[in-house]
Design a protein around this ligand. Structure first.
Ligand SMILES: Nc1ncnc2c1ncn2[C@@H]1O[C@H](COP(=O)(O)OP(=O)(O)OP(=O)(O)O)[C@@H](O)[C@H]1O
Length: 339
């Protein structure tokens, strides 16, 4: 695969926010991530709050520097490039859409200027070509021309997110990363924004990395689903298989509540909260909530199983059997004490 962006054993460790200046605590936000995104594909990222989804997104678009491991853009190591070259590679190669368009856009700039900014910064075209590009971008995302001079405060939430999408597309990137792009919007406009993203992806041949808590949306939007748990990628599954054929117990539990299962079931309960990213459990981080866990799971984090090959890979000592009906998993997953 000729990846647009590729992470190899990438880690992000933060100093704990609450610990004060001399805090020793570390937050393991991303641990050993390996992921390649191919041109034109949509990768959905799921996991509960705090599992590292946003960190992964920021690493992919070069706004978070990893503390270890590499990030390659079209085969070149991003963080060993000189800063100006890196900014150019990131700016032209990727676009990012954030959760809340009201905070992501400069409130003092009219739409026209917000969309021109990336063209100015990267010195794209003449003045009139830039103006033409702004018109083109507005049309692309369905914004009426009359809004070119409007400030973001005058726009609806959906229109603001359209501006944010247009800005992300300004330099014609190969990859767009959308971090919860609809969660701050009214329910009534969410579907419109998702359809717009899908439409743009098709028309422009974009690769899309889509982070969401909304399991159904992920299933609908993605070609491939990445499951994250406590900073680790624990499974990659073709989206069509994710509800019924996922092998990692955590993915099965996350997707168990979605409609459209081959055998509809009650949700598999996930007992207790996600453990702290400052003191993650030894071995497999999911073991404290997993109904299949034993001593092996406490001793060692499994690598991707030798039996699993892309596009389906999982890291689990006791994967769910392919033919194990999800019904049976509900019964097995009685609440238990952490081992
Ligand atoms: N700058 C930072 N300093 C310290 N800790 C951080 C920082 N950024 C993220 N974290 C921590 O890293 C972990 C992963 O955070 P991240 O935002 O990537 O998770 P997430 O899955 O996107 O969560 P959510 O769905 O709530 O947005 C969390 O424990 C978070 O508190």
């Amino acid at each position: 695969m000729n990846a647009i962006v590729e992470l190899t054993d990438t880690h992000v460790v933060h100093k704990a926010r609450s610990g004060g200046l001399f805090a020793r605590d570390r937050v393991y936000a991303l641990t050993g991530a390996d992921l390649a995104v191919a041109p034109g594909e949509t990768v959905g990222v799921v996991g509960e709050s705090g599992c590292g989804k946003s960190t992964l997104a920021k690493v992919l678009v070069g706004i978070q520097r990893p503390t270890a491991g590499t990030v390659s853009y079209r085969g070149r190591d991003l963080w060993s490039m000189p800063p100006a070259e890196r900014r150019a590679a990131v700016g032209a190669g990727t676009g990012m859409i954030f959760q809340d368009p009201s905070t992501a856009l400069n409130r003092r700039l009219p739409v026209r200027q917000i969309l021109r900014d990336p063209l100015d910064v990267h010195d794209r075209g003449t003045k009139s070509q830039r103006e033409e590009r702004v018109r083109e971008l507005m049309a692309l995302v369905g914004l009426p021309r009359a809004l070119a001079d409007a400030l973001p405060g005058r726009l609806s939430g959906g229109q603001r997110q359209r501006v944010a999408i247009a800005r992300a597309l300004a330099l014609d990137p190969g990859l767009v990363v959308a971090d919860e792009p609809t969660s701050a919007l009214d329910v009534s406009v969410r579907a419109q924004i998702l359809n717009l993203l899908l439409d743009l992806k098709e028309r422009l041949g974009l690769a899309l990395v889509f982070v969401s808590h909304d399991i159904q949306t992920i299933r609908r939007m993605s070609d491939r689903v990445i499951t994250m748990y406590l900073g680790r990628i624990v499974e990659e599954t073709p989206a069509a298989d994710v509800t019924d054929r996922a092998r990692h117990p955590y993915t099965r539990a996350l997707f168990s509540a979605t409609p459209g299962l081959l055998h509809p079931i009650d949700p598999i309960p996930l007992t207790g909260p996600v453990p702290s990213a400052t003191h993650p459990p030894s071995g497999c981080p999911f073991r404290t909530r997993c109904w299949k866990a034993d001593q092996v799971c406490a001793a060692e984090m499994p690598g991707f199983s030798a039996a699993s090959t892309p596009p389906h890979r999982y890291r689990c000592h006791h994967p769910v059997e392919e033919d194990e009906a999800t019904h049976d998993l509900v019964r097995q997953n009685a609440p238990r004490e952490p081992s």
